[in-house]
Write a protein that binds this ligand. Structure first.
Ligand code: SF4
Length: 176
């Protein structure tokens, strides 16, 4: 039987949701035997592949690069999971939404910088006007809240998806 193709994606987040994923500890071995991890910050694949069964997305959509990436991910994924509060409701990245982009960049790259003190026009992807949750730009199939979601909760969700069981009845408040 073919393994389930799974990917994880890191947008505007702190990596805490990926750390929580790794906190499944020895249960990762069970999961690893059932999946093919085809793309992730945890592996070295550069291009997001076609035909992914499940993608877990950490982080809000905050930059033009995030937006481009999540659209490709959506096109190539059957079940898209918003993993953690930044993906679900934009959470911490949305704290900057009350400020103008120019003021944020000025603060980060000039006022509080040492050398060089200039707003970059290369390498750093341009910010969107606001950091937004994933479902605001593409369809999301499943929301997994938490900051970060508890590893036990992630395990239950991933196990249910791999088993083809319904996930709606898994209560988030039972974990952590
Ligand atoms: Fe980090 Fe929390 Fe956002 Fe996850 S939800 S990326 S742990 S701030």
């Amino acid at each position: 039987m073919d393994k389930v193709k799974v990917a994880t994606v890191w947008l505007d987040g702190c990596s805490g949701c990926h750390m929580s994923f790794l906190d499944m500890d020895e249960r990762l071995l069970d999961i690893a035997g059932r999946i093919e991890l085809v793309h992730s910050p945890l592996v070295d694949a550069k291009e997001f592949p076609e035909g992914v069964d499940v993608t877990l997305v950490e982080g809000a959509v905050s930059s033009e690069e995030d937006l481009h990436k999540i659209r490709i991910v959506r096109e190539r994924t059957r079940i898209l999971v918003a993993l953690g509060d930044c993906a679900v409701n934009s959470n911490v990245p949305a704290m900057r939404n009350q400020f103008r982009r120019v003021d944020i960049l000025q603060r980060a790259y000039v006022d509080t910088a040492t050398d060089p003190r200039c707003i970059p026009d290369k390498v750093v992807p341009p910010l969107l006007a606001h950091a937004v949750p994933v479902h605001q730009v593409v369809k999301v199939d499943l929301f997994v809240p938490g900051c970060p979601p508890h590893a036990d909760y992630i395990f239950e969700i991933v196990s249910a998806l791999l088993d083809g069981r319904p996930v709606e009845d898994i209560p988030v408040r039972s974990f952590g």
